[in-house]
Design a protein around this ligand. Structure first.
Ligand code: IMP
Ligand code: MG
Length: 177
């Protein structure tokens, strides 16, 4: 009988924490004296954004967008929809998009196209993880935590069928046990 189990962490909480500190330092350098809007892509970015936001030394406003592309399981459907859009007016504002992981790139690209129409002053992308092996559309990443291998990852906000988001480390989901 097969059942899913989570195997050893590939990114420990200590590694994640150092990456978040480094990313916050980069943002603190670039946004000093500004008042950007940080837009988290739900649901996966919620833990990363919560940790990152507390290290930012410039004033921010926070909003969220909810995208859907995944059905159940580990494959994207390829069709991205905005299920819930940011409420703050983005016109003329500096926007920092915060994502958990960029895989095919379709989700972030879809949101960036939506953002363009709102005429922000600037848009930058900050992602905890980048999985370039499966990229289908190119995405410019301005702030990157880790480049990760082509494995399905869970933990620190990342889910599989809505589970495992609360794991403090990022782990490979081992379906073979
Ligand atoms: P993309 O549109 O293929 O780039 O997918 C981006 C979204 O898919 C991310 O925001 C995640 O929510 C989800 N995703 C991609 N790879 C993984 C993974 O390895 N584990 C969990 N979620 C993932
Ligand atoms: Mg996500």
């Amino acid at each position: 009988m097969k059942s899913k189990s989570v195997c050893i962490a590939i990114l420990t909480r200590e590694q994640i924490s150092s990456a978040v500190v480094r990313l916050a330092a980069e943002l603190n350098r670039d946004y000093k004296g500004k008042l950007p809007i940080v837009v988290g892509i739900l649901k996966g970015s919620f833990i990363f954004l919560a940790d990152l936001a507390r290290l930012l030394e410039f004033p921010i406003e926070i909003d969220f967008v909810r995208l859907s592309s995944y059905g159940q399981g580990t494959e994207t459907s390829g069709k991205v929809k905005i299920v819930s859009s940011p409420r703050i007016d983005l016109k003329g504002r500096d926007v920092i998009v915060v994502e958990d992981i960029i895989d095919t790139g379709l989700s972030v690209k879809h949101f960036l196209k939506y953002l363009e129409k709102k005429r922000p002053a600037s848009v930058k992308v900050c992602t905890l993880a980048d999985k370039p092996a499966r990229r289908r559309v190119s995405v410019n990443i301005d702030y990157l935590g880790f480049t990760v291998p082509d494995k399905f990852l869970v933990g620190y906000g990342l889910d599989c069928d809505e589970k495992y988001r609360n794991l403090p480390d990022i782990c490979v989901l081992d379906e073979g046990l």
